[in-house]
Write a protein that binds this ligand. Structure first.
Ligand code: THU
Length: 136
């Protein structure tokens, strides 16, 4: 998929819209994500918290798991929207890295404005990837 500026904008808007469904009663830090697969389909995600805190799942991971569970394995870009436009956490970078380091990461504000962008490879230097596991 070619990541046009129109697609970037659409991803940021989808992430901002999805954010309203975040379930974040403990942190009050709702996160929305929109993941663009190579197929052209967009999968959204939100953080889903749990009273047993460690069972919380980040928005980015929800989007990845939704996509993978529908047969996707290749991703062009992910947009993430938070109140303070933060890049995905380390755990989510690792989960994204499983499917390639060339994924573009777009970070937006709640109005869907692009604040920062990067390529996953640069956000996760010296990444541990499937290629690093010795073949048995
Ligand atoms: N969170 C995400 O959804 N994505 C991130 O990359 C960072 C953190 C969520 C997890 C938790 O529900 C809340 O934000 C505060 O950590």
């Amino acid at each position: 998929m070619v990541l046009t500026s129109e697609l970037k904008q659409e991803l940021l808007e989808r992430a901002a819209e999805a954010r309203r469904w975040a379930y974040a009663p403990y942190s009050n830090y709702p996160v929305g994500a929109a993941l663009l697969a190579e197929s052209g389909k967009i999968y959204t995600g939100v953080n889903v918290e749990n009273v047993a805190y460690p069972h919380t799942v980040c928005a980015e991971r929800v989007a990845v798991f939704k996509a993978v569970s529908e047969g996707e394995r290749h991703f062009t870009a992910i947009a993430v929207v938070t109140v303070n436009a933060k890049v995905p956490c380390g755990g989510c970078r690792q989960v994204l890295a499983e499917f390639g380091l060339d994924t573009h990461v777009l970070v937006g504000d709640p109005d869907g404005n692009l604040i920062t962008q990067a390529v996953l490879r640069d956000l996760l230097p010296d990444a541990f990837t499937p290629a690093d596991l010795p073949r048995r």
